[in-house]
Design a protein around this ligand. Structure first.
Ligand SMILES: [Zn+2]
Ligand SMILES: [Zn+2]
Length: 444
């Protein structure tokens, strides 16, 4: 036998390189244990308030056809030209991960004939959006938005209701933000204004100071020059003609009505002539919720919206006036007070503690029974020591803790501990449910 054959046969096994962990994609974020308390605080209060105001919850898919955004957001918008995640799928169809919510919502409105439902139709939408822009404070490449829309209301009442809702939500959340408002006019009056604007920026001394982006935008989308973030462009925008001086009669009247209502309701706002929102589809009223911030150069926008009376028509639907606003969840979360979140957490009534194998099994059944009776009951069946379980009960600030040990299991009893007074009594296991129900309804 040759020396070679004496060796073990089979492929040589290379030492395995250490497995490197795979990281999340740039600009994406995980929601980790404990994070959801704040999300729940925002979402629960929103859903509740929206219901009071008669908003119906809707959803749309994450994937839409690329053409939808090209047609709605504008071919030259930053969203379509720079920020959209788009790809051609295996059947050759060009698709996009939704970069904003409104086009999808409008598509659904048309596709399912929501104009047949009683109008104005008020909808609430919540979900993730995807934009491949530079990650910034509170803005991720996948971020979440709440969208409120009102369809079929041409009058200023739609804006009023939306702004009132924003105001209420901000109060509930304890966020002291400012509402900026402007009008972009209509197809009759805006062209006069944009002509004046272009004239202003084309003056040699102004044009020379513009950033390269704005020089390019000047012909395609001159309104965007007003909200450019470059310091030189910000300075130029201060002295630019203001759209308010160019509004036609009906547009002016509409804006005045909105502002009057806000004054009446005592909702503070800031009339901001440089607010343009960066999308092609807005008419008349636009608004933004901004957080004045000491560190950032510009105030942080928590959300915004406006009227889009022609978007439905331009996407192939029948002419329908509409108005909406969106709030960015991640940015709202940055501005929440932790104590508000903590106070909003629902406090369970009862904690169920157990000691040993038999009691644990029995308490599982009891847990189910109490829960079905409508009691908010918590447990920690994975914890063995009574000390550990009582620590959790204290943390949860429950009113009562039930303790089931071997002795109680044999006797058919359970210990009922009043967490406030510390007093403890032995109770017949069969009677524990009615006793708890009685005591808890008294204190509720
Ligand atoms: Zn007008
Ligand atoms: Zn610029």
């Amino acid at each position: 036998m040759s020396k070679k054959n004496n060796q073990l046969s089979g492929p040589t096994i290379q030492p395995r390189p250490a497995m490197r962990p795979i990281h999340r994609v740039k600009g994406m974020k995980d929601i980790q244990p404990g994070n959801y308390d704040a999300w729940n605080f925002l979402l629960r209060s929103t859903f509740k308030l929206a219901e009071f105001h008669g908003f119906e919850r809707i959803d749309t898919p994450v994937l839409e056809s690329f053409a939808l955004y090209e047609r709605s957001s504008g071919r030259t918008s930053d969203i379509v030209t720079k920020e959209m995640y788009s790809f051609v799928d295996k059947s050759g169809e060009r698709l996009a991960l939704r970069p904003e919510a409104t086009p999808g919502i409008v598509r659904a409105y048309i596709e399912h004939g929501w104009f047949n439902l009683p109008q104005p139709l008020k909808t609430l939408w919540y979900g993730p959006l995807f934009r491949r822009d530079k990650p910034q404070l509170g803005r991720y490449r996948q971020h979440h938005q709440l969208n409120f829309d009102i369809f079929g209301e041409a009058g200023p009442w739609a804006e009023i209701q939306l702004l009132f809702l924003i105001h209420e939500l901000l109060q509930d959340w304890g966020i002291k933000a400012q509402i900026d408002i402007n009008s972009l006019g209509c197809a009759d009056c805006r062209p006069n204004y944009t002509n004046e604007l272009v004239k202003y920026y084309k003056e040699k001394k102004h044009r020379e100071q513009l950033c390269p982006d704005c020089r390019r935008r000047l012909l395609k989308n001159p309104l965007r020059l007003l909200d450019c973030k470059e310091p030189a462009c910000i300075a130029l925008a201060q002295d630019a003609p203001q759209i308010i001086d160019y509004l036609c009669g009906p547009c002016k009247e509409h804006l005045v009505k909105v502002l009057e209502f806000l004054d009446n309701l005592g909702i503070q706002y800031n009339l901001n002539s440089q607010l343009v929102r960066g999308l092609d589809y807005y008419d008349r009223t636009v608004f933004e919720v901004v957080m004045p911030s000491a560190s950032a150069q510009r105030p942080l926008a928590l959300g915004g919206g406006g009227r889009y009376d022609h978007l439905i028509e331009s996407l192939g639907g029948r002419p329908t006036p509409a108005c909406g606003f969106a709030l960015g969840l991640e940015r709202l979360l940055l501005n929440l007070e932790p104590h508000k979140v903590a106070a909003s957490k629902e406090r369970p009534d009862v904690f169920l503690a157990q000691l040993g194998e038999g009691p644990r099994l029995k308490s599982l059944r009891l847990f189910e029974e109490l829960r079905q009776a409508g009691l908010a009951v918590h447990q920690s069946f994975t914890k063995e020591s009574l000390k550990g379980q009582l620590a959790i009960a204290n943390q949860l600030k429950v009113k009562y803790t039930l303790i089931l040990g071997q002795k109680e299991l044999l006797d058919g009893t359970i210990l009922l501990r009043d967490m406030e007074s510390g007093s403890q009594e032995v109770v017949d296991l069969k009677k524990i449910k009615p006793i708890l129900l009685k005591r808890l309804t008294k204190t509720r």
